[in-house]
Ligand binder design. Sequence first.
Ligand SMILES: [Zn+2]
Ligand SMILES: [Zn+2]
Ligand SMILES: [Zn+2]
Length: 204
Amino acid sequence: MPRPRLLSDRVCAFPDCSALFRPLESSHRYCSPFCWYEDRRRHAIASLSQRLWERVQRCPHGDCLYCCWPWLGTTNKLGYGILKAARQMFFAHRIAYSSVHRRAIPSGLLACHHCDNPPCCNGDHLFLGTKRDNYDDAHKKGRTVFPMPLHGMNNPAAKLPYEQVHMIRVAAESGMLQRNIAQDFAISQTTVSDIVRGRRRKQG
Ligand SMILES: [Zn+2]
Ligand SMILES: [Zn+2]
Ligand SMILES: [Zn+2]
């Protein structure tokens, strides 16, 4: 029988642990199955946003207020994108919200769609709300001709319907001066510039 080799102590590879332990095999990097699992789980969750953007179809306009960015991977019955990591399911649009707005979604809150398009992962089409807000929003949209894809009521671009936002973009892309676009649409040049640049308004 081969005698077991004695290995020297090493530091557990899970950053929150970093305990010294004596490995039984040279390949052992964690002091316990718990540390191994936790470290893998964290990496899987940390890589979610990268995995998300690899499968989202973004438009060519940069940070865009107008276009929806659909998740192209698996969806649930209601059409919401889903990703799996560490045996957990995650909603694509919720990861998109956290990734774009650089904040975690507080527990109990939903990431709601201004655009009513479940697979959409455009951060500018997502807002935080309660279940009640989500219901009110849907109800309101039943009577609204144009859904508003913008955050914030003090954002002048939020008052413009989708179609106009799109026309302003097209006009700017065709080389029309922002000053002239502003005159045509009877809005300020700042608003035109915000729309053209697809300026992102952060909440909170
Ligand atoms: Zn450990
Ligand atoms: Zn776009
Ligand atoms: Zn959308």
